[in-house]
Design a binder for this molecule. Structure first.
Ligand SMILES: Nc1nc2c(ncn2[C@@H]2O[C@H](COP(=O)(O)OP(=O)(O)OP(=O)(O)O)[C@@H](O)[C@H]2O)c(=O)[nH]1
Ligand SMILES: Nc1nc2c(ncn2[C@@H]2O[C@H](COP(=O)(O)OP(=O)(O)OP(=O)(O)O)[C@@H](O)[C@H]2O)c(=O)[nH]1
Ligand SMILES: [Ca+2]
Ligand SMILES: [Ca+2]
Length: 652
């Protein structure tokens, strides 16, 4: 996970400026040779320190400036190229200290923002003002020749820092005695890699709102038991995840004592409150320990602009054509833990409020509560709330159809931190479908079934029927929300499989189907058995799109509780199925509340090579027996996923 803990910056360029004779060249040469050079040239060559000898493991270039050798234009160019500017003064020479504010700081500001330059015309200035914030290059103030004096210039320097927020730090050192030389370059490096300004507002002495927002999210993710406090266990886990070391009990007590002393409501019941947590980070930054806060932020995926970075949200995942994406066991375990954490009243379901809280660490919920997850997954039919089973179903659906979004949301929810691994560990990429076909067994556990049929044939009723205990209630119900996918699990020869029913909406009977509407693991072609003008559409769709394909097809006659009518078509449905070697039409009705249809569809999806099964027998019992034989032979090829609860096979 180390890759996410460092700044994105791949190199650091440090420029030294300051009055003549303050010791810029001497400082650079002292650092490089580790001894004080008596004789120095006017300007040191640019040097690059390799990554492995710098404290932050980033290659660092150090650039000298000499007014004797360089023009003002050259200086401007160097200021712009540098990531950080060290303004050097001599502690024994007050003039050089005064020149920091009278000359050097305004000069650096002006060169970084040419349009704001006092010499520019007023129009350009006004424009520049409104267009963007002025660029503030980080600055380090360096007082050299500390070997010559007995006192400190820090007081005057701290006063300057208050007026110039771009000053990241200040240091007194000596090229002669080598005092604080490596520290000085370390501070410069730190000003670039762990800058203060995105985190903290010097003037207000407060965290920036972006920083606060990120830390609030981090606090919530770390608060495992959801009591809005970080107890010792949670703090320890947090510490180990961010810094790879356990927190010493004594240090923990000290930290809590410091918080208690400064913000009395920062500690409650011997645990850290959000206020205490934010104070602690404020304190780190005020004490110059930005790197601590940055390490935490980066561990939770933030980049230098305090946005969640792309690589963290969307690690590259290779999905060969014909493979699909499912949740791995670890992914499921994580989501179960998240569910249980936010099921505050422990009733085994997420209320709208709990669902909202759960996603409060994300920019928004990935789906709507009332019009999506409640309608596309099995729910608790008494309260109408989302059960654990429905929750996992919804994630399974998203993982199959939009795995990138699954990965993003896992990251927002803290998978990478809690599991100490990237979200890729939560995803299982199945082997290619052609290998499944060749080996005559499927290793997958999630299948997609497209439900296609003429208008009003009962497609939506059939899809929703998959989710409820009593389908009877759906008759005559108007489906107001347009839910495309319904997902639930079924047992296929003792294995839990998820089946997604996708309602393919036909606007006009003659509209062609798009390839993404045709392609699926099993197609369910639906006609209304009580309507004589219904089968023709299904027959046409079959001949046009499925007769030549490898996709298993099931013909379903709906509303079989009503009188069956002869179809106005050149063949009756059963003759048609016979001719095309399909299973005979499955007669279905919401009224009878029988669920074998869904098991049958999942079975066909799981054993796609049995497409021609209709040829072998018309007796559904024999069909199942033959299937069982195949299943027994292939059982070892399945990944057995933990079943969540032992209640009915369809709605749990
Ligand atoms: N006592 C003491 N003298 C120093 C120290 N650093 C530099 N000097 C002396 O200060 C003088 C100027 O040093 P340089 O390194 O040339 O200074 P510079 O800032 O590069 O000067 P320019 O190149 O003229 O801009 C030299 O005589 C150095 O020996 C120090 O830490 N202590
Ligand atoms: N008697 C009876 N009526 C049913 C059954 N299934 C659906 N219906 C009714 O048939 C009508 C159409 O059902 P839907 O499920 O909306 O059909 P659809 O194919 O999704 O329709 P569109 O979305 O308009 O293409 C509704 O009035 C249902 O109540 C059933 O099994 N028996
Ligand atoms: Ca010099
Ligand atoms: Ca807690």
């Amino acid at each position: 996970m180390g890759q996410y803990t460092a700044s994105q910056r791949k190199n650091v360029r440090i420029l030294l400026v300051g009055d003549a004779g303050v010791g810029k060249t001497s400082l650079i040469l002292s650092l490089v040779s580790e001894e004080y050079p008596e004789e120095v040239p006017p300007r040191a060559e640019e040097i690059t320190i390799p990554a492995n000898v710098t404290p932050e493991q980033v290659p660092t270039s150090i650039v000298d400036f000499s007014a004797v050798e360089q023009s003002e234009d050259a200086l401007a160019a160097e200021i712009n190229k540098a990531h950080v500017v060290c303004i050097v003064y001599a502690v024994d020479d007050d003039d050089t200290l005064d020149r920091i504010t009278s000359h050097w700081l305004p000069l650096v500001r002006a060169k970084c923002n040419p349009s704001l330059d006092g010499e520019g015309d007023a129009e350009a200035e006004a424009e520049g003002d409104t267009q963007r914030e002025p660029i503030r290059k980080p600055i380090v103030l360096v007082g050299n020749k500390i070997d010559l004096i007995e006192y400190s210039t820090m007081d005057s320097v701290l006063a300057i820092m208050e007026d110039y927020p771009e000053i990241e730090s200040c240091v007194e050192c000596s090229a002669k005695s080598l005092h604080n030389i490596s520290e000085m370059f370390y501070y410069a490096q730190k000003a670039v890699l762990h800058p203060t300004s995105p985190l903290y507002m010097m003037e207000e002495q407060e965290l920036t709102s972006a920083c606060k927002k990120s830390l609030v999210r981090i606090f919530k993710i770390c608060d495992i038991d959801g009591d809005n406090l970080l107890n010792d266990y949670e703090l320890n886990l947090f510490q180990r995840r961010c810094f790879n070391t356990p927190l010493q009990p004594q240090i923990l007590d000290e930290v809590k004592a410091v918080i208690q002393k400064n913000v009395p409501d920062g500690i409650y019941n011997d645990a850290v409150t959000l206020k205490g947590f934010l104070f602690l980070h404020c304190l780190f930054i005020q004490r110059g320990r930005n790197e601590t806060t940055w390490a935490v932020l980066r561990r939770f995926g933030y980049n230098d602009q305090l946005e969640m970075c792309q690589e963290y949200l969307r690690p590259p995942l290779k999905i060969p054509p014909g493979s699909s994406t499912e949740l791995s066991h670890r992914g499921q375990q994580f989501l179960i833990a998240v569910f249980e954490r936010y099921d505050r009243d422990g009733d085994g379901a997420l209320s709208p409020e709990e669902h909202k809280m759960l996603f409060s660490t994300c920019p928004a919920a990935p789906w709507s509560y009332s019009t999506d997850i409640r309608k596309s997954c099995p729910i608790n039919e008494t309260t109408g709330w989302v059960t654990l089973h429905g929750w996992l179903c919804r994630w399974t659906l998203m993982t199959l159809i939009d795995v990138v979004k699954t990965m993003e949301y896992l990251a927002y929810l803290g998978f990478n931190v809690h599991e100490n691994d990237s979200q890729l560990a939560a995803i299982h990429v199945t082997r290619e479908r052609r290998i499944d076909l060749a080996k005559r067994q499927s290793s997958r556990s999630v299948y997609k079934c497209h439900v296609i049929g003429p208008k009003g044939s009962g497609k939506t009723g059939m899809c929703r029927g998959f989710l409820v205990e009593d389908m009877h209630k759906l008759i005559g119900k108007e489906f107001k929300t347009n839910v495309v996918n319904c997902i639930n699990s079924v047992q296929v020869y003792g294995q839990e499989k998820h089946l997604i029913l996708r309602d393919i909406d036909v606007r006009h009977a003659l509209d062609p189907l798009q390839p993404q509407e045709v392609n699926c693991d099993v197609a369910c072609l639906v006609y209304d058995s009580s309507n004589p003008r219904s089968f023709e559409y299904v027959a046409r769709i079959y001949i046009k799109y499925y007769a030549e394909s490898k996709i298993p097809v099931m013909i379903v006659g709906t509303k079989c509780d009503m009188d069956e009518r002869r179809q106005d078509y050149l063949m009756q449905p059963s003759e048609f199925c016979d001719k095309y070697k399909l299973l005979p039409p499955h007669l279905f009705s919401l009224k009878t509340n029988k669920k074998e249809l869904y098991t049958k569809l999942a079975t066909m999806a799981a054993f796609p090579h049995l497409r021609q099964f209709g040829l072998m027998t018309e007796d559904p019992k024999l069909w199942l027996k033959a299937g069982l034989g195949v299943a027994a032979a292939t059982m070892l090829g399945f990944i057995v996923l933990k079943t969540i609860s032992a209640a009915g096979a369809h709605t749990r």
